[in-house]
Design a binder for this molecule. Structure first.
Ligand code: SF4
Length: 262
């Protein structure tokens, strides 16, 4: 029997109190995530930066403004999606997340994902992509290709902040978000659903409606590290993707079929 989903408010309350790793000592506040609790698209970044730590929301400031523009290319508004990070607290000096921090924080992202139950997980940058797909293949090879983690479609894209420092990444980012928009429309067409870019594939789930929820964990116990979803179909072969909602993959693109989420 599958584990019941935990309401987002309960996961948020656990994150707010969390002191499982040393990042708790340097944070202004935790950054749980924001957006539609029944989102069809879950955006996963790396960790809060300075502005996020101060404001308590992911992707604010210049990177957040650019993310909003990129979402619009895909036909999405910020309020359509749910935006979260792998880490909920800011690493000092915006250094890279450490493996032990990711391991300790991962259960929160996993439970967020189970509760939101998105169709697509868009991983932004190397950390979230490698973490969710459990791969050492980097974002440069994986961006713009459809992958799988459990039942979830995973679509890696460069981190928007990368394009702010390296303008050559802008074109790839914008192309990948355009592809994401195509995938959403193709998936709608394949399922016969009316186009509704941001809403969950479940027609009954309107924005603001919490996903099914029960079984709050004990406050001190982070959720265990196994997810149940598996057996997702393979990505379509290169060139024949539209009907399945899968993108065309370049012949050289790696395909990752990760049986478990996180
Ligand atoms: S980064 Fe995650 S595990 Fe570490 S204190 Fe913050 S919420 Fe807890």
């Amino acid at each position: 029997m599958s584990k019941p989903h935990i309401p987002l408010d309960q996961i948020r309350a656990q994150v707010t109190e969390c002191r499982r790793c040393p990042l708790a000592d340097g944070r202004t506040q935790t950054v749980f995530g924001v957006g539609n609790p029944s989102a069809r698209v879950l955006i996963v970044g790396e960790a809060p930066g300075k502005n996020e730590d101060l404001q308590g929301e992911p992707f604010v400031g210049a990177a957040g403004k650019y993310l909003n523009e990129l979402l619009a290319i895909a036909g999405l508004r910020r309020e359509d999606v749910f935006i979260a990070n792998v880490l909920k607290c800011r690493p000092p000096g915006n250094r890279d997340p450490r493996p032990e921090e990711i391991e300790l924080c991962a259960p929160y992202l996993r439970e967020q994902t189970r509760t939101i139950d998105p169709e697509f997980i868009v991983t932004l940058g190397n950390f979230s992509t490698k973490f969710i797909l459990k791969t050492e293949v980097g974002i440069t090879r994986l961006h713009g290709t459809m992958q799988r983690a459990g039942k979830f479609k995973v679509f890696p894209i460069f981190h928007p902040a990368a394009a702010l420092y390296d303008g050559s990444k802008r074109e790839a980012l914008e192309n990948d978000f355009a592809t994401l928009g195509e995938l959403l429309r193709e998936s709608d067409a394949a399922s016969g659903a009316a186009p509704a870019a941001g809403a969950s594939g479940n027609a009954a789930s309107a924005p603001g409606a919490a996903a099914s929820a029960a079984g709050a964990p004990g406050a001190a116990s982070a959720p265990s590290a196994t997810a149940s979803a598996a057996g997702a179909p393979s990505a379509a072969p290169a060139g024949g993707a539209a009907a399945s909602g899968e993108p065309s993959q370049p012949d050289s693109a790696p395909h990752i079929e990760q049986p478990h989420l996180l």
